[in-house]
Design a protein around this ligand. Structure first.
Ligand code: FES
Length: 173
């Protein structure tokens, strides 16, 4: 069954007709030509498809487009309007935080959302007893262990974590 939905993607309203089984990932990539989110596992396990969905990170391979009519979506491409790179994107470049680059858009979107979550005081398994956990909504300082834990939903098959973690750490202090 086909349904019309309107989603706002990287600041632009897009209206499209989708089958009720179409995921946001497929809608973005195959219908709207936005290849920023990548298809890795297509099962919610790798994080390559991570987007900001109404401000929160989400695996777009697990979200049905029909369930998100009216949603606001930001992809890694949308983090750099007019070609001005987001600070997180700049950190990834500075730290050479990629090898093949396939997971990079998802890593960056997830890292941006992760820092917002930490600033809002969302706990993690590592930070339950951390004095810098940001529980009051104030500034956060995340160490490498905590970054790894909070980013555990984003896998890198090249295992470039030795550079990814310091890239994120630069903005997490
Ligand atoms: Fe969505 Fe792997 S493609 S989590």
């Amino acid at each position: 069954m086909d349904v019309e939905v309107t989603i706002r993607v990287d600041g632009t309203d897009r209206r499209l007709t989708v089958d009720t089984r179409t995921t946001l990932l497929d809608a973005l990539r195959e219908r709207l030509g936005n290849t920023s989110p990548k298809k890795g596992c297509d099962h919610g396990q790798c994080g390559a498809c991570t987007i900001l969905l109404d401000g929160r990170r989400a695996n777009s391979c697990l979200a049905l487009a029909v369930a998100h009519d009216g949603a606001e979506i930001v992809t890694a491409a949308g983090l750099a309007p007019d070609g001005q790179l987001h600070p997180m994107q700049q950190c990834f470049i500075r730290h050479d935080a990629f090898q093949c680059g396939y997971c990079t858009p998802g890593q960056i979107v997830s890292a941006v959302a992760m820092l917002r979550e930490a600033e809002a005081g969302w706990p993690s398994a590592v930070t339950m007893d951390s004095p810098d956990g940001g529980a009051d909504g104030g500034p956060v300082r995340l160490d490498a262990d905590e970054i790894r834990e909070r980013m555990s939903g984003n896998l890198c098959r090249c295992a470039a974590y030795a550079n990814i973690v310091p890239a994120i750490e630069e903005l997490a202090r």
